[in-house]
Design a protein around this ligand. Structure first.
Ligand SMILES: C[S@@+](CC[C@H](N)C(=O)[O-])C[C@H]1O[C@@H](n2cnc3c(N)ncnc32)[C@H](O)[C@@H]1O
Length: 197
């Protein structure tokens, strides 16, 4: 069972890396939820939901809540394969999880557990984690895992999410992509047609 946040939270002595609240608010708004059902990777101090798992319980060996809403997961970025594999397995039980990860499109964990398994929202707009003075320097994305229900029809496999505006990049609307008139290749000025030209 996940932990239940105590009525009185203990003092926040240590600043931990935490997801910026404005990003969490944007995710909830986009998913149409007031709160997340469970924070799957947390401490007493940094949980963003009333229910949460810590390293002591080890969310990787627990059943993730299936309350009909969305679980939140910002996992340790060091070893992502077990987290995305677990999210995919849990999705098979009907569990919905929104997960923040680097956009590691060349990694094996992406090939095996993200590509065509999660809906991928590539984040337009860098995130500054709580306690960090500067934005995280790499591209990030939000992965949505869940059963093949309504949300999977709503989201394309890959899209760009302008999260600060809760708006979509052109990839979400293929019909809006402007077709460029066919012109053929350019020729550098002053170049004379040679054997290859
Ligand atoms: C990036 S922080 C996320 C902080 C915060 N919950 C959030 O979403 O912004 C990752 C958290 O996962 C916790 N954690 C690490 N391994 C875990 C595990 N196996 N199960 C549950 N939590 C774990 C760490 O202690 C850390 O607090």
């Amino acid at each position: 069972m996940p932990r239940q946040m105590p009525a009185q939270k203990p003092g926040r002595s240590v600043q931990e890396v935490r997801t910026p609240p404005e990003f969490l608010a944007a995710v909830k708004s986009m998913l149409h939820v007031a709160d997340f059902d469970c924070d799957l990777a947390a401490t007493d101090d940094n949980t963003v939901a009333d229910l949460y798992y810590t390293e002591a319980e080890n969310a990787l060996v627990q059943a993730w809540p299936r309350e009909g809403g969305w679980n939140w997961l910002n996992p340790p970025f060091g070893d992502l394969a077990p987290w995305v594999a677990k999210a995919w397995r849990e999705a098979g039980r009907g569990v919905q999880t929104a997960m923040l990860v680097p956009a590691g499109v060349g990694a094996n964990w992406w090939r095996d557990w993200v590509h065509l398994k999660a809906r991928v929202l590539l984040l337009n707009g860098r995130l500054t984690f709580v306690g960090h003075p500067t934005p995280y320097p790499k591209d990030l994305c939000l992965l949505l895992y869940g059963p093949p229900t309504a949300f999977r029809a709503t989201f394309p496999d890959y899209t760009v999410w302008v999260w600060r505006a809760n708006a979509w990049g052109p990839s979400a609307a293929p019909s809006a992509v402007v077709a460029h008139p066919a012109r053929g290749p350019r020729r550098a000025a002053g170049r004379r047609r040679g054997p290859r030209g």
